[in-house]
Design a protein around this ligand. Sequence first.
Ligand SMILES: C[S@@+](CC[C@H](N)C(=O)[O-])C[C@H]1O[C@@H](n2cnc3c(N)ncnc32)[C@H](O)[C@@H]1O
Length: 239
Amino acid sequence: MARDGHVTLSDPRRRPAPGDDAEMVAARTAVLDAGHFHPLADALGEAAPADPGVVLDVGAGTGYYLAGILDARQHARGIALDASRPALRRAARAHPRIAAIACDVWHQIPLQDATVDLALNVFAPRNPEELARVLRPGGTLIVVTPASEHLAELAELHGIRVDPRKDERLREQLEPFLAFTDTRRIQWTINLTRDESRAVVRMGPAAHHITPAIEEKLDALRTTAAVHVHVLSNLSATT
Ligand SMILES: C[S@@+](CC[C@H](N)C(=O)[O-])C[C@H]1O[C@@H](n2cnc3c(N)ncnc32)[C@H](O)[C@@H]1O
């Protein structure tokens, strides 16, 4: 186990997946700690089953959403998977019942077959075949994707927009393995300070496209958060 509390379970012959860097993780932490995504944490709590044993978060980042699920489920144990060491350092401390694991989820989820009751996948990479393999029969997967209006007022400034075919692609990826049982849209308003606007941009994919000119334009603003919460079940494995 690394000193910062995570274990690495990836193939040493493969080049490690990069994951989010320390600056992105610090930005994400600031935005989540300010409570701006609390409505999504609440929605996940409502969509999740009441008493799962093992809860896996694939691309868990700082462990914010996983910790929220565990807080409300006394008997559940959590596993946070991520490629980013700075994120895992935080995830390992986000809740006493979280085990943090470094791995490349595109390659493999380092768990045995049918061992997970609930899997979360929030704005993160997903490997459908591996998710279906580790979910037990009747297990639940919750996937969160951004709707096309998500943070649109910020996107106006930096020009990186959500792929309008995102949910269509999600269905194509997951339907061969798991059954969609519910999809709901959650929308709320976020009031950002100037620093927070910059942090929201730095914590996501737009971070790699920020120029000083774009950074200059980012100011305090009111923006729309709009996401889809998809619930899927591992029905096929029960037959
Ligand atoms: C947009 S962040 C979302 C984090 C978290 N779910 C949240 O919403 O706060 C995506 C996460 O996926 C991780 N990631 C990216 N590629 C990965 C890979 N190949 N294997 C595991 N994690 C990966 C990143 O390090 C990052 O923490």
